[in-house]
Design a protein around this ligand. Sequence first.
Ligand SMILES: [Zn+2]
Length: 168
Amino acid sequence: MSECAHCGQVCGDYAGGWSSVTRPDGSMAPLCHPNDPERPDCYRRVTVYHEPLGTLLGVRPLPAGVTGCKADLSALVKDLIAELGEPSDEDNEWADRVLDGTEPHVLQAELDAFTSALPNLLILAEGKWVLMKGDRLINVFDGEMEAIAEGYKVFGNVPFLVKKIEAK
Ligand SMILES: [Zn+2]
């Protein structure tokens, strides 16, 4: 039996499977990966949600499953860049032109369609998030990240609009 490097509990006891990650120095860090919903799922907290290793040491009571993860957002951004590639000089120059207003807005069709649909959207789904491509409303989501994830999934690494449904 080993002690979980993330929460300090014994891994692999009743209802507690375990797994591990390799630390930067090459040593193994055991992590609990339980099927008991009352225990933290340290393996997924660290590998999927990027909670920094050891975040739950000394934290009592322990959270259950993956609730309340303190995600390391810089790690998420690094993953995203690894997947999509670093922006090129051309991309960065284009972004500068958009910011200083000399480049026509790349999402003008989406913004126009959003503006004309807004009165109805406010009635149906105020506070939620829309995903739009061209003049088409693709879907409505509870959260911004869900809408962005769906946009990348459906369209790939191209511009699409994700916007909150709220009165201006
Ligand atoms: Zn643990």
